[in-house]
Design a protein around this ligand. Structure first.
Ligand code: CP
Length: 310
């Protein structure tokens, strides 16, 4: 049985390259399970997993729940909007109350960066970060890297572009940490005010010209404009953003070579990406979603599993 060193999945910055490779490899094994007529294995039979979502989610929430059920775990869902958080209860009290109910693992999405690390100080079970504010979204990056590996057969040496609102994006940060560890070349493209200062220190390069990015890249991960995290006025207009940074079908058709298009969702069609591109042959967006279930099964199995599966 394969193992990882990590006790939690808080992010990809502080996890070993070997652990990332193992999670992706085991993800491919679970991808094969998802193609079977019976898409379920007894790997986490008897384990209780609680999904704590303090922030909205479609893909990640459904994907974790499905992954847990496919592994035969017992699943409890918590949504902050219908909980005692609304009455002023602290994160610590919420977690400690849930913990004494004998949960074996906590999956958490929270708007505050570092909240998953904080949670790991309160409870002694594996914590999986499902997105902590603008910090990290490790399982999204793992599913992105698994999808790149599925498409190209490798990650090392590939040119991977990331375009969009990098500043507010936990997806960008986790992808940067993971891709650099696995030997990819990473280039970022965004308006200057939507990029962190000194982000080159992480080993990435920068361009402000999306056509240059497309010429350089084997694959481009397109990020949305996070209007909920930014104040008003950071983008002069959606039309101007689309003109300079949008992945439009007209722009792609001007480039000779075909690149792979990725998007973590949710998509703002007609803003950062055209519908024809998102739904076209170059896009692997729905493969990313399927790989998300497989890679989350892998993470939970490697953190919690004691039973072998076949
Ligand atoms: N990609 C992603 O995190 O989507 P959700 O916000 O819908 O979970």
């Amino acid at each position: 049985m394969k193992r990882i060193e990590a006790k939690h999945l808080l992010g990809l910055e502080n996890i070993s390259t070997q652990d990332i490779e193992t999670i992706i490899d085991v993800g491919f094994t679970f991808r094969e399970v998802l193609e079977r007529p019976v898409k379920k294995v007894p790997a986490l039979n008897g384990k209780n997993i609680v999904n704590l979502f303090f922030e909205n989610s479609t893909r990640t929430k459904i994907s974790f729940e499905l992954a847990e059920k496919r592994l035969s775990a017992d699943v409890t869902n918590f949504s902050a909007s219908s909980s005692s958080v609304k009455k002023g209860e602290s994160l610590r009290d919420t977690i400690q109350n849930i913990h004494v109910m004998k949960m074996d693992c906590v999956v958490m999405r929270h708007p505050i960066p570092g909240s998953c690390l904080q949670l790991s100080n309160y409870v002694d079970v594996p914590i999986v970060n499902a997105g902590d504010g603008t910090h990290e979204h490790p399982t999204q990056a793992l599913l992105d890297m698994m999808s790149i590996k599925e498409k190209f057969g490798k990650i090392k040496g590939l040119n991977i572009g990331i375009v969009g609102d990098i500043l507010h994006s936990r997806v960008a940060l986790s992808n940067i940490f993971g891709l650099i560890k696995l030997g990819a070349n990473v280039k970022l493209c965004a308006p200057p005010h939507l990029l962190q200062r000194h982000i080159e220190d992480y080993g990435v390069s920068i361009t402000y010209d999306v056509d240059e990015l497309i010429d350089w890249a084997d694959a481009v991960n397109v990020l949305r404009i996070q209007r909920e995290r930014m104040g008003v006025g950071l983008i002069p207009s959606i039309r101007e953003y689309r003109k300079f940074f949008g992945i439009t079908s007209e722009r792609l058709s001007r480039h000779k070579k075909e690149i792979v298009i990725m998007h973590p969702g949710p998509i703002n069609r007609g803003v950062e990406i055209d519908s024809q591109v998102a739904d076209g042959d170059q896009a692997i967006i729905l493969d990313q979603v399927l790989n998300g279930v497989a890679v989350r099964m892998s993470v939970l199995y490697l953190l919690l599993g004691s039973n072998d599966f076949d």
